[in-house]
Write a new protein. Structure first.
Length: 233
């Protein structure tokens, strides 16, 4: 008996879906666009009504009776909402408890759930009317810019760091190779240590080795050593 009722129910649903498709195909372009707008308005009103109910469920903590530890778990496991959907709805519902005008703006389409969730932490009793008016029909990016104007960040201080350049290093080297510096009073300071380039050092060592091999006097072949010239003359 139950199976027969289930089959009958499925047949009725299929007939309704088929008739709805046929009705949509029979609509003109203008009629179809009007129907889409009507359904969108109905969806916004349904969302606002759902938020009102979530406010009451959260106040009474009825999600505990359903075996859920939080309202988020209730929305995902009992209402079977997608994981991203409860966050916007819960945050907006809790803000709407303080500012019911949020539900009106969502129902008339001037404010989306995402925009309401972004604005919720910044709404106050003094500024919520002006802030909601400024956010009317604005997208997410515009809402973020609007929030940024409420709490502008301080300017970052400019920090200058001294960097030693190649020219500065050359100036330091030139100062260390100055022969002498006259101090006040006419006293001459001893010259600083002279820095010998590497190639000059190599030449000096080469000359010293040549002098050790040939002696202190250069001698041409066939020329008597110095000191012997003139002997016997």
């Amino acid at each position: 008996m139950e199976q027969a009722r289930e089959r009958l129910k499925n047949v009725v649903l299929q007939r309704n879906m088929t008739s709805a498709i046929l009705e949509l195909e029979a609509l003109t372009d203008d009629q179809l666009l009007d129907e889409v707008k009507r359904l969108a308005r109905r969806e916004r009103v349904a969302i606002a009504d759902l938020l009102r109910c979530l406010i009451e469920v959260d106040t009474r903590r009825l999600y505990l009776r359903e075996g859920c530890a939080s309202l988020f778990t209730y929305c995902t496991q009992v209402l079977h909402l997608a994981e991203g959907a409860p966050y916007n709805r819960i945050e907006t519902a809790r803000a709407a408890r303080r500012f019911p005008i949020l539900l009106e703006r969502i129902a008339d389409g001037s404010l989306t759930l995402t925009s309401a969730r972004l604005l919720a932490p910044h709404l106050t009793a003094e500024t919520h009317d002006a802030l909601l008016d400024a956010a009317r029909h604005k997208g997410k990016r515009d809402i973020e810019l609007l929030i940024a104007t409420l709490r502008p960040r301080p300017r970052v201080r400019t920090v200058l760091t001294k960097v030693r350049t190649a020219q500065a290093v050359g100036s330091v080297t030139a100062a260390t190779t100055t022969p002498s510096i006259s101090a006040p009073g006419g006293t001459e300071r001893p010259p600083a240590a002279r820095i010998v380039p590497p190639h000059r050092r190599t030449d000096t060592r080469r000359d010293r080795r040549a002098e050790e091999r040939t002696g202190p006097w250069s001698q041409q072949p066939g020329t008597p050593p110095r000191g012997e010239a003139g002997i016997g003359q």
